[in-house]
Write a protein of this length. Structure first.
Lengths: 149, 266
């Protein structure tokens, strides 16, 4: 009986904390995306071949996120039925946006970021056994360049 | 090429939906499936229990191992009861497993058949017995349950798991399930099961002694309504009334079993 209570408590904590974090993070993301909208990020290898590049530097942004207990239980249940795991979709999308924004912050003062890529890797997933914490790291990297004015 | 500064639309990757509602839907679906399987297994129990052959039962429940699980008190072997059981078994063609007799120290008169071929009688029952004939009838009744596989019903849904795992060839896990399911079993038989066990018991007594004299004496005494008598506990697990005794007498008459005979002292 006590195990059920503990389970429900964790579930509630996971749900509450997760929803609160998500809302707060989304607000922060929207605000920062709006303020950095003038620094373009491209995955092209070059943008304007006619202009001379004066400065170039590698910029990266990375973030590590983990799912809360509520999301973990929901994905476990979803694994029986199949289909989109929407609870994890939101998490990974937010992680990507966060990584990109952090990269942009590193590139402040530059004209634009070219050849940018996103990479995802999981931490603690494969090395230890099944019951470990599953978290993912998202890295966004690119080349920040400044043209001659 | 022109770059237009644009804030990305976040709704593309995740539309606004409620985590909570999705969770409820998932939990509900999974719970429904589990409940469905559980319910179906319950329905299958009766059907499967009767079709499990004695050899399979011997595999899953090594003889005697589970005798203690079925009695709240300690059980011990008894040479006297065992020899009577062997004598009865010699006259029963259908029994293929060795039947072991155990005596439980409980003071409530009771007897039951246990998966694996053990038959337990309580000390309380042995104290109430006044002749070998009536004890033979009680033991014969339990042998009847055993032969007709009624005792396997008591394990309930565990038997479905055992059956499926034996079909799939997963014999090892079967032993653990047997352990688990025996600890919470329920040995109430339906009236038709009791009646058919009675028939077998009567036939065994007839074959052993040549008559059915005094076979139903024990039941008659137990059915006298006196709450202070320990017999009431026996009545609660083996629901019986004067009907049962009458029915046995009728069958004896139908089949021509001699009623007169000698009382063998216990």
């Amino acid at each position: 009986m006590i195990e059920i209570v503990i389970f429900l408590v964790f579930l509630g904590v996971g749900y509450g904390a997760g929803t609160y974090n998500e809302r707060r993070h989304l607000a922060s993301l929207r605000e920062r995306e709006a303020s950095s909208v003038n620094l373009p990020v491209l995955s092209l290898k070059q943008y304007d071949p006619n202009r001379e590049v004066v400065e170039a530097t590698l910029v990266t942004g990375s973030v590590v996120v983990s799912i809360d207990y509520f999301k973990r239980v929901a994905s476990m249940l979803r694994s029986y039925v199949g289909g989109r795991i929407a609870s994890c979709e939101t998490l990974v999308d937010r992680a990507r946006r966060e990584a990109l924004l952090r990269m942009k912050e590193q590139a402040a003062g530059y004209d634009l970021v070219i050849n940018s890529r996103l990479e995802t890797s999981s931490i603690g997933g494969e090395s230890s056994k099944k019951k470990s914490v599953v978290s993912i790291e998202v890295i966004a990297y690119g080349t920040a360049i400044r043209y001659r004015t | 090429m022109k770059i237009t500064p644009r804030i990305p639309d976040e709704k593309v990757n995740y539309g606004h939906y409620s985590h909570f509602v999705e969770f409820l839907w998932l939990a509900g679906t999974v719970a429904l499936c589990v409940a469905g399987v559980y319910f179906a297994a319950g329905l299958c129990v009766d059907w499967i229990a009767v079709r499990i052959p004695q050899e399979r039962e011997a595999e899953w429940f090594p003889s005697g191992t589970y005798a203690s699980a079925f009695s709240n008190e300690s059980v011990s072997e008894s040479a006297k009861v065992q020899s009577l059981l062997d004598k009865l078994r010699a006259n029963t063609v259908e029994v293929k497993l060795p039947l072991r007799a155990y005596v439980s120290s409980s003071k409530d008169p009771n007897a039951f058949a246990v998966p694996g071929g053990a038959i337990i009688v309580t000390q309380g029952l042995l104290d109430q017995v006044q002749s070998e004939n009536e004890l033979a009838m009680v033991l014969g009744h339990e042998i009847g349950h055993f032969v007709h596989r009624h005792h396997l019903r008591g394990i309930g849904r565990g038997i479905v798991t055992l059956f499926l795992s034996s079909l799939l060839g997963l014999a090892d896990g079967a032993r653990e399930v047997a352990d688990l399911s025996l600890s919470a079993s329920n040995l109430n038989y339906s009236r038709s099961q009791e009646n058919s066990a009675d028939d077998v018991g009567l036939e065994i007594v007839q074959k052993t002694y040549g008559n059915v004299h005094a076979a139903t004496d024990f039941f008659e005494r137990m059915s006298q309504e006196d709450p202070k008598l320990p017999g009431l506990r026996y009545v609660s697990t083996h629901p019986l009334s004067a009907e049962r005794v009458l029915r046995l007498n009728l069958i004896a008459k139908e089949k021509g079993y001699p009623v007169a005979g000698a009382v063998v002292r216990w």
